[in-house]
Ligand binder design. Structure first.
Ligand code: SAH
Length: 445
């Protein structure tokens, strides 16, 4: 029995897909990259922008002929296209879909696959655990265990309600996972050989705010830091308003917590920020970046930006340009504003920046950022940095620096899961090349 998973969107979806994979492997399925070979196909979808939604529909339609050829095939539509509020319309529109699952919930698929035919005691126990859901009981198995780096959700949903964003509607209100479940999952991953854990939440620095007597994110990092076998910890995505002193201290003090931050600014103009209901000003953001850099000088900071938000003028856009030019951040995830059904921006504002203009603004930031990143990365040339290697891609080992820079190294040795000092020999805006220090020593003879 085989399963095929197609995943789009954020790291949370990647983590959710890994969970579904684990659940299916518990039931005796093995993974295939070829949809036509599969007995179960899972489409884990994203709707954060129209382009993502279109892609999900396109992929779903492409599976229809497979279902016609093989009526026994189980098609599971999962994630933000399904959402948490019922799926009657989708069911009518896509009758060939067998199972609909909200984000982060393998339950409906497992229930569908195991109904009426529980074949072994092991299956019975697995099924009971999935169905009593208690989704926290889902323990990762082999598929995730082969990973060097795994994602662990710590906060589900989001209650912030930025005016452009559909995520709170599709993923539901903010729910932090109990600390015991998270640490148990990290221990289990460590026991299977995982070296790096990234804690996930839409606003990860709000972790624990909905649980009385539990730790906050700083406290959670301190607990995760104690887990033997885990060598690196990361967390994303942070919201500037919740990024507290204690979190900064935890990152600065704990050697396993990597000096890398994902903190979206979204726009550099205060009126636009207010219309987005982000809750801070560009000065607040600039001060936060200064504070972080003062405490952790060699850190890297990534941000997200939306261009062409309703009403964004040229002058307002140039504020965003200026903030990016001044702050010189390591990564900027750029997006063109996309109207999402049901959001405040769609109900109360006019999507009045043309597609061409959005594209022009996007390109300006892209070009600016490319230069900024080339300059930042250029400073790594000749430096020795500890790289955690993950996998071999097209003959080269792929790994990451503490600051999350992508590094490629040529080596015949098995570097998987190892942290080794590497000397950077070439840098570009998106990746770097390096030699392992032993190789470098040989070359210099
Ligand atoms: N929860 C995270 C990010 C979630 S979505 C946060 O708080 O930032 C990832 C990114 O998609 C967002 O940071 C934003 O830049 C972008 N995005 C969200 N809604 C969008 C929309 N309607 N149009 C364009 N980009 C959007």
């Amino acid at each position: 029995m085989k399963y095929h998973i197609w995943t789009e969107g954020c790291q949370m979806n990647v983590a959710d897909s890994q969970r579904v994979g684990s659940a299916l492997e518990h039931l005796g399925y093995s993974q295939t990259e070829i949809p036509a070979e599969a007995d179960v196909i899972v489409l884990n979808t994203c709707v954060v922008r129209q382009s993502a939604e279109d892609k999900a529909y396109g992929r779903l339609s492409s599976f229809r002929p497979l279902k016609q050829q093989n009526p026994g095939l189980v098609i599971n539509l999962m994630g933000c296209l399904v959402g948490v509020k019922g799926h009657e319309k989708l069911k009518a529109r896509f009758p060939y879909v067998d199972v609909f699952s909200p984000p982060s919930d393998p339950g409906p698929l497992i229930a569908h696959l195991t109904q009426g035919e529980i074949r072994s005691m092991e299956n019975a126990e697995t099924t009971r655990r999935f169905l009593t859901m208690d989704e926290e009981l889902i323990l990762p198995v082999s598929e995730r265990g082969q990973l060097v780096s795994a994602h662990v959700p710590v906060v589900y949903g989001c209650s912030h309600a930025c005016t452009y964003c559909i995520i709170p509607y599709q993923r539901g209100i903010e729910r932090s996972r109990p600390v015991g479940d998270i640490i148990a999952e990290i221990r289990s991953l460590a026991a299977q050989g995982v070296k790096e854990i990234t804690l996930l939440g839409q606003i990860v620095d709000r972790y624990g705010k909905d649980i009385a007597d539990g730790p906050n994110l700083a406290g959670l990092l301190r607990l995760a830091h104690e887990v033997d076998g885990i060598e690196r910890l990361r967390f994303l995505t942070s919201h500037p308003n919740y990024f507290g002193e204690d979190l900064l201290e935890a990152v600065a003090e704990l050697p396993k917590v990597m000096p890398h931050f994902e903190i979206p600014i979204q726009a550099g103009d205060d009126t636009v920020l207010e219309n987005m209901r982000r809750g801070y000003t560009q000065q607040d953001y600039r001060r936060l970046v200064e504070k972080i850099r003062a405490r952790i000088p060699d850190c890297s900071i990534a941000t997200d930006i939306i261009v062409g938000f309703p009403g964004e003028t040229e002058a307002q856009f140039m504020q965003t340009f200026q903030v990016l030019a001044d702050l010189k951040l390591d990564v900027a995830h750029l997006a063109r504003y996309s109207m999402r059904a049901g959001t405040v921006a769609t109900r109360r504002m006019v999507d009045d920046v043309s597609d061409e203009e959005k594209m022009r603004r996007f390109r300006l930031l892209e070009e600016l950022q490319e230069n900024v990143v080339a300059e930042i990365n250029g400073k790594y040339l000749g430096e020795s940095v500890p790289v955690l290697f993950e996998e071999k891609v097209k003959g080269r080992w792929k790994g990451r620096t503490p600051t999350n820079k992508l590094v490629f190294v040529e080596s015949d040795s098995d570097l998987r899961g190892k942290i080794l000092p590497a000397t950077i020999t070439w840098t570009g805006p998106w990746s770097m090349q390096a030699t392992l220090q032993r190789q470098a020593a040989l070359l210099s003879f």
